[in-house]
Design a protein around this ligand. Structure first.
Ligand code: 13P
Length: 242
């Protein structure tokens, strides 16, 4: 399967940034699948901009319910209606800022699938957990508790301490964690777990993308800061194996 390079714009981006960040992506041919997850306010205009290109569009969260009295929230069907085909779920920033548990992430995964969105489920340990050598246990539990049977989306391994810090795990540590995630997916999901893409995220940038993307079981990258600069994101995409 081709690698997937996904940009998570987080809470960044006004209309003008579609021209400066997203438009340049539509002009190049990419060896990898390329996805941008914009704020929900930009999905509709982004859909129009990306329509004639291979660049995919996604959202950053959805509500677990299909509709109802949830002021300010967005359902998976609304995001699909606006043009999203992917949705990031369980990002550590949402777990921290909004108290999202694995059970909530599981409910959101089911809502996303019901609306035709492909979930990108984020897992990853804190720095304290890494220092205590608990990362395998923590990530294994997150996967078992947030993925329903038959899950056919994408996993993103994002060590919390590597997000926005410029620090990354060693290549050996990334490879070891991705092998652990693969084994957990197969144990939990059976044969289905064998083919799912496992992205690495956390301070991916042009200077380290090629090496990270060449590691075994790394099926792509989830990119924050570097996805907000077109030339940096394109450089990360060029680092993909295809
Ligand atoms: P950075 O690439 O800015 O470290 O962010 C990673 C991330 O959280 C992507 O979801």
């Amino acid at each position: 399967m081709r690698q997937l390079i996904a940009g998570n714009w987080k809470m960044n981006g006004l209309l003008a940034q579609l021209d400066s960040i997203a438009a340049p992506l539509t002009k190049a041919h990419h060896a990898a699948d390329v996805l941008i997850c914009t704020p929900a306010t930009l999905l509709h205009p982004a859909r129009a901009l990306l329509a004639e290109s291979s660049v995919l569009l996604g959202a950053q969260d959805c509500h677990a319910k299909a509709s109802g009295a949830h002021t300010g929230d967005l359902s998976a069907a609304m995001l699909h209606d606006a043009g999203a085909r992917f949705v990031i779920l369980g990002h550590s920033e949402r777990r921290a800022d909004h108290g999202e548990t694995d059970a909530i992430v599981l409910a959101k995964v089911q809502a996303a699938r019901a609306a035709g969105l492909t979930p990108i489920v984020c897992v990853g340990e804190s720095e304290a957990q890494r220092l205590a050598d608990m990362q395998d246990k923590v990530v294994g539990a997150q996967l078992r508790h947030s993925l329903p049977a038959g899950f056919d989306g994408v996993i993103a391994y994002e060590p919390i301490w590597a997000i926005g810090t410029g620090r990354t795990p060693t290549e050996q540590d990334v490879a070891a964690m991705h092998a652990h995630i693969r084994a957990t997916l197969v144990a939990h999901l059976g044969a289905m777990g064998q083919g799912l893409r496992i992205l690495y995220g956390g301070s991916v940038k042009p200077s380290n993308a090629k090496a990270l993307l060449a590691l075994p079981e790394v099926g792509g990258a989830l990119v924050g800061g570097a996805s907000l600069v077109a030339e940096d994101f394109l450089a990360v995409v060029r680092g993909a194996a295809g």
